[in-house]
Design a protein around this ligand. Structure first.
Ligand code: SAM
Length: 261
C-alpha cells in the first residue's frame, strides 16, 4: 500500500540519519566551523538573541524551553547564557532533546564546563521529535527551538504537530535551517560548488567520512523553500507574523517562526 511504502522509506531514512550522526558526533563541532567558515556561530548568536530567552514580563518569571534535535548543545547553551547574563533571569529551564545518544553524550560532556547555575537549568532527553514523550505535556512550553535538525526528520508535518501540541497558547516555534539562495544566482552558483565539492572533501579529510557529509549536502538540497516551509508551519496550526521567515547570508540559512494561537 501507499501507507506501507511510506513507513518503509521513513524508517530507512531514520536509520540513515542515525548512522550519520553517530558517525559525526565526535567531529561535529569542528566540522561545523570548517564547513561554514565559522559563520554558523554568528547565525546561532543571532537566532538566540532574536528569541531573547529569559525576557519575561515581569522579569524573572519562569520560562520552559525545549531545544529539539539539540545535538551537542550549541543553541541551548547560548539560550542559558542569554537568559542568565543578558536578562538576569536564572528561572529559565532548557531541555535538550535529540534522537541520537552519541550527540547527546557530546552535549553532556560539553555542558560540564558551563557555570554551575547554567548546568542546573539544563536537562537532556533522548526523544524522537515526531513522537515526543508524554512527559512533555500539552500546552507546557514557552519556546520550542530546532536548529539545523528538521531537514533530517522523516516526517516533518508530524514533528510540527508535536511542537504545536507541547507549546502553550502564545508559545513560540522557532526553526533555523539551511534554505534556498535562489534570489542571488551568482552567489548560489558559488555556494553550490562549495557544498557539492568542498564539504564532502572536508568530511573525508577531517572526519574520515565522505558519505555522511555527502548525505548532509543532499538533505539541504531536498529541503523545501522558505515559502513552502512557512506554509507547512501554518498548516500545522501556527500563526505566522509578517512573511514568516528571515534569510541569513542570502538564504544559505533561514529562521522561521510561528506562534501557537
Ligand atoms: N541543533 C544542533 C545545532 O544547531 O548545532 C544540532 C544539529 S545536528 C545538524 C542535527 C541533529 O538532529 C542531530 O543531533 C540528530 O541526531 C538530530 N535528529 C535527527 N533526526 C531526529 C529526530 N527525528 N528527532 C530528534 N532529533 C533528530
Amino acid at each position: 500500500t501507499h501507507f506501507g511504502y511510506e513507513t518503509v522509506t521513513e524508517s530507512v531514512k531514520q536509520e540513515r540519519v542515525a548512522g550519520v550522526f553517530t558517525s559525526v558526533a565526535e567531529s561535529y563541532d569542528k566540522m561545523n566551523d570548517l564547513m561554514s567558515l565559522g559563520v554558523h556561530r554568528l547565525w546561532k548568536d543571532h537566532f538566540v538573541s532574536s528569541l531573547n530567552p529569559g525576557a519575561t514580563n515581569p522579569i524573572g518569571m519562569p520560562q520552559r524551553i525545549l531545544d529539539v534535535a539539540g545535538g551537542t548543545g550549541d543553541i541551548a547553551f547560548r539560550m542559558l547564557q542569554h537568559a542568565h547574563v543578558n536578562n538576569g533571569n536564572p528561572n529559565v529551564h532548557v531541555t535538550i532533546s535529540d534522537i541520537n545518544p552519541a550527540m547527546l553524550a557530546v552535549g553532556k560532556q560539553r555542558s560540564l564546563s558551563l557555570p554551575a547555575s547554567h548546568q542546573s537549568s539544563l536537562s537532556f532527553l533522548e526523544a524522537n521529535a515526531e513522537v515526543l514523550p508524554s512527559s512533555i505535556e500539552d500546552n507546557s512550553l514557552d519556546l520550542y527551538t530546532v536548529s539545523f535538525g528538521i531537514r533530517n526528520f522523516s516526517n516533518i508535518p508530524a514533528a510540527l504537530k508535536e511542537a504545536h501540541r507541547v507549546l502553550k497558547p502564545g508559545g513560540v516555534f522557532a526553526c533555523m535551517e539551511f534554505s534556498k539562495v535562489d534570489k542571488y544566482p551568482i552567489f548560489n552558483a558559488i555556494y553550490k560548488q562549495w557544498s557539492f565539492s568542498a564539504i564532502p572533501l572536508i568530511g573525508q579529510l577531517v572526519a574520515g567520512d565522505r558519505d555522511s557529509y555527502q548525505y548532509l549536502v543532499e538533505s539541504i538540497e531536498r529541503f523545501p523553500s522558505q515559502d513552502d516551509f512557512r506554509d507547512m508551519i501554518a498548516e500545522a496550526g501556527f500563526a505566522i507574523v509578517g512573511k514568516g521567515y528571515e534569510d541569513l547570508t542570502g538564504g544559505v540559512a533561514a529562521i522561521h517562526k510561528g506562534i501557537k494561537p
